[in-house]
Design a binder for this molecule. Sequence first.
Ligand code: RET
Length: 133
Amino acid sequence: PASLCGTWDLISSANFEGYMIALGISPYLRKIALKLKLRKVIEQQGDQLIIKTASPFRNYTVSFRVGQEFGEFTQGLDNRHVKSLVEWEGSKLVCEQTGEKKNRGWAHWIEEDKLHLELYCEGEVCKQVYKKN
Ligand code: RET
């Protein structure tokens, strides 16, 4: 599949609010998060992928090996511990985050030179699109 690596800037976001509500993020933090100019920096080091979600307010970084379950602490987000497993499903990089919240995870993929991201939690789906910086 097309490489996800690079620096990507948010150009559209739908239902980020619904996703954050499903995670139990406070109204105060949701208001801040909705206004952020988010950037994704995706790097590959050997068989490790590093995905950094960057903003002037807060950064969130996760690194993992595809196909290998890992413990993830969603620090600064909803501060939960989940078991995450990332796998390629066709051209989509898909993560399942098992824990207190049902149906939680995300998918990243490239379509027409854009990075597409779906974030989901308990039936809420947030759809974001990023363009290459
Ligand atoms: C911010 C700001 C504080 C509040 C929330 C945030 C959301 C971050 C998200 C990150 C997703 C990261 C993924 C990484 C994949 O490897 C921006 C930190 C709620 C939703 C999918």
